[in-house]
Design a protein around this ligand. Sequence first.
Ligand code: TRP
Length: 464
Amino acid sequence: MTQQVEPSHEMWSSRWLFVLAAAGSAVGLGNIWKFPYIAGENGGGAFVLLYLVCVAVIGVPIMMAEVMLGREGRRSPINTMMSLTARFRSNRLWVLIGWIGVIAGFLILSYYAVIAGWALSYIGRMAGGTFVGADTSVATNTFEDFLGDPLLMVFWQTLFLLITVWIISKGVVRGLERAIRWFMPLLFVLLVVLLGYSIASNGFQQGWNFMFSFNLEALDQDAVLVAMGQAFFTLSLGMGAIMAYGAYLPSASSIAGTVSVIAVLDTLVAIIAGLVIFPIVFVNGLEPQQGPGLMFVTVPLAFGQMPLGVFFGALFFLLVSFAAITSAISISEPALAYLVEKYKLKRSSIAIVLGFISWILGIGTVLSFSSWSDFYLFGGLTFFDSVDYLSQNIMLPFGGLLIAIFAAYVLPKNIIKQQLGFTGETGMLLWKIFCGGIAPLGVLFVFITSGLGDLFITLFSSVK
Ligand code: TRP
């Protein structure tokens, strides 16, 4: 089968760089900011286990499916799905996969930029010594004052979007490759340093127990859905982002091996982030379920007590902001690549429009932490929570469900075998079991058993 390589597409220079880019997409706020706070809200242990299971049995097969579809189609997700459905004479409705990705991308980017803006603003705060020797109340008050200042938040959100737009205008491959090669390992090292600090603190045992003891009672009906949504979010799945990156992957690279490396790296970062944050929570008498501010309160506390904390603290938030940028790039890539193909406009013009739409939407998130904090949309969720819930817990798994079914049943067997490098029948059988069975059924099962059914009922009864 000849690959239809779009002439306008660049290629990753090697499999290893694809791993870096996909890891750059996967590792981001989802691991360091979101995972600890939702694990905290859902009681730790049992939730963490559910999350790990979802990554392994749902995330990994779907990630393989995305890379495979992207590499087979060699276009933006929407056009990849158009070309694949045309080639294999299947229903045009599959193109919905691409559209879900574009819409989910806008929703996610809108609030991602706000949180990344928080991280940006904390670089200066750390460097300025705000947290040197700070106690819990200083750290908490600093964060709460910040939340109460929407204009300041918009400033940082805007700055983050400007940087993102500037980078994505230039084309993904070259710049990203160079940057990721240095920053990602450095972020990892810094997390390990923080881990050392946590291990040495009195709270480590408690933090560890919180994360790994199986406490079923802490789970509510929605926890499974949230754990699954988090698995999708953290691996960047369900919206074509990895598909878009797969379109740049050279044909000879092994998909299964590549995907496993990315999944393991990503999970490791999230677990380490949890093991850093929870001991700090317990030592300082904070609440694990305090929500989105968790990282912004705990991490400054830790650095505030460390020698050279001013320097390392600033570096930490710099690297987190960087991790957020490499993720934001991937969130916008499906929409960007599609619009460039469709309208044949310059990447930069489209990037600006895209950034602007996310900016407007993001204002809602900014306000939901202050003047709109009592304004509830669906089922009692704030604007930010609604956008987050809808994109992460519903759109991504739904997109993933369709991707898995397409990759297991619509793609012809010879293409699957060639893409995944299967020679015998065992590989194919495993593929049908995981991608065609466990992954899609898992998503369906979680959808049905979670509170989603109930949510739809509240949703329609609460919209006024
Ligand atoms: N995975 C990233 C994180 O954990 C966020 C992200 C990047 C993402 N690309 C995505 C989430 C695509 C969903 C879909 O921070």
